[in-house]
Design a protein around this ligand. Sequence first.
Ligand SMILES: Cc1ncc(COP(=O)(O)O)c(C=O)c1O
Length: 414
Amino acid sequence: MARFLFVGVGHQERALTGLITYSPIGEAGSWKNSLRKTKTKEQLIGSSKKTNLLNAFHSRKINHLPAAFRGNKADAAGPTAGMQDEDETGHTIPILSLFEIIEKMQENNRRKSKQSYGAMYSSIIGGITVDPTLMVIPLDDHMVHRGHGVFDTALIIDGHLYELDSHLDRLLRSALMAKIAPPFDRSYLRSILIQTVAASQCKQGSLRYWLTAGPGDFFLSSSGCPNSAFYAVVIENALSFHTEGVKVVTSSVPMKPPQFATMKNVNYLPNVLSKMEAEEKGAYAAIWFDDEGFVAEGPNMNVAFINKDKELLMPSFEKILSGCTAKRMLDLASTLVEQGVISDIRIGNITAEEGKAAEEMMLIGSGVQVTPVIMWDEQPIGNGKCGPITHTLLNMLLEDMKAGPSCIRVAVPY
Ligand SMILES: Cc1ncc(COP(=O)(O)O)c(C=O)c1O
C-alpha cells in the first residue's frame, strides 16, 4: 500500500491497515482480534486496560478516549503522533494519532451528513464496511488526483435495484473507453453490488459505484497502478419529485466533447459548474447545446420534448450520455404511440427554436425520473404548466420502478 493512504487521513498506514482488516459487519470483538494481528499492537495499545477502553470507544459505550491516547508519542497510536513545534507564523499543526483520527472522523460523520451511507465496498480491502468512518479511498488512486475513473448509479426502490444491468453495462462500456480493465468479471461485480446493498439494509436510496485506475503513485500515467479498483456505496434517501415543474436555463459552460460526454467518467466539473450556474439564476438545471448548435442534455439528465404534432422528440445519444432512464422511457412510450397519445417518437437533431416552441419539455434521469420543465430562459414551455404527456410518462416510469418485470427490478436478498 502507498505511503499517503487515505483521503483526509495522511500517514499511519500500518495502524490503518490493521483497522481495515477488522470486519465492520462482524461483532465488536473482531476489532480486538484485528488489533492482535497487527504488528504495531504494542504501539497501538500497550495494556489490556487500554484494550478495554478502545473496545468501549469503538462500540460507542464511551465517546472520548482519555488523554493517554491523544498525541502522546509513547502511548498513542504510531510513532509519529504528537505536537510539532510552532513555525515562525505561530501555527502548530498537530500530527494525529490513529485514535485521534478515528475520533475526528467519527465526529465529522456525526456532524456532517445530510445523507446516510449504509454500506461501502472497496476492492482495496476486498470487502464491505457498514461504518461510515471507514468509507475511505486511497489518495493515490488515479481517480482522485487524475480523474482516471468511471462511475454509475442505480436506484434502490422498495428493496430492488432498478435497471441494475443497464447501468452495469454502461459502466463497463465507460471503463473500456477510459482504458480501465476491471479488477473482476461482470458477474462478480454484479454480486458485489447486490451484496453491498443487502449489507446496508437500505430499501430506498441509490447505489453508486466506481471503476478506477487504482492506487499506485502520483504520476500522470496509470501504468504504475498494479490493480484497478472497484468501490460502491449505498446512500439512503427517498425519491424526490418536482411534479409542479422546474425552470431551466441555457448553459454558458461549454459541454464536454462527444468522446467524454458519452463516457460516464468522473470528470464532472463542467456538469457541476453548469448546475451551479442554473442555481445562481434561480433555475434547476442548465441545458447544453452540442458543437452544431442542437439541444444536447443537462448536467445529469437527458431532455425530451412533445411538439405541437404530439411527437416525442429526443436528441440522439451520439454526443451525449446514453441515459438508462431515457432508454427505458422510450420503451414505455412506445405503448403511448400504439394508443395514439403520442403520434411518433423522433430521435435526432432538435434546434433551440423547436425546443422552446414545444408544448411540453421534460428532464429524464435516475435523479429526476421524468421532471416537467415549465420555463426555459424565462420563456414558458407550452402553457407554463406540467403537460399531460409528461405526467403520463412520469407515472408509467414510477409504475415500472415499483412493479416492472424482474429483469428490470433485481430483488436484493437482505
Ligand atoms: C450527463 C448525464 N446525462 C444523462 C444522465 C441520465 O442518465 P441515467 O438515466 O442513466 O441516470 C446522467 C446521469 O447521471 C448524466 O450524468
